[in-house]
Write a protein that binds this ligand. Sequence first.
Ligand code: IMP
Ligand code: MG
Length: 181
Amino acid sequence: MVGIDFGKPLFTREEIQRKIQEIGLLISTDYADKDLIAVGVLKGALFFMSDLLRSLRISVRMDFIHCTSSATKGQDGNPVRMLCDMKEEIKGKHVLLIEDIMDSGVTIDYLKKMLLERGPASLKVCVLLDKTGRRQVPIEADYAGFRIPNKYVVGYGLDYKDRYRNLPYIAVLPVEERQVP
Ligand code: IMP
Ligand code: MG
């Protein structure tokens, strides 16, 4: 059995929910008179997107992109492998890309460029966590929850080898847990 109790959370359930209410208010105001499509990046954004969209005071449509990021570029030269593209047509639409964490920035940068080629009316990025000190490309999120130091975190959608996503809070992954197969 792989346990998921890591002791002290970096961010508790309550802290996460409070932050989501703050971001939700900003987004509700910014898009008050706009038709918005929220695009979640699976799997990491699952819980964040679910809570964030339910905190909004505006009606939105939702879609998903499923991709994986690799530290080294794949055979096709892409740093991101697309597993499933979104279904909605976004030409002329207002799009908000929702991701769990921005680290080097490479994944969001790649996805932004891909979506911009489709001609949206606007494209913004919302992340729950931001490791600002780790950027490899000059990119910032339009909405960011918490800035965090260079620590590997799991929970609330974030994984280590696809585990720990269902932890209801965010915790720093203990070094010994990195041995999990
Ligand atoms: P980036 O392309 O370097 O910005 O990284 C993006 C992806 O790396 C995220 O979508 C996450 O899947 C993963 N990632 C980066 N840092 C962490 C972390 O601390 N915990 C879990 N996943 C992370
Ligand atoms: Mg991810």
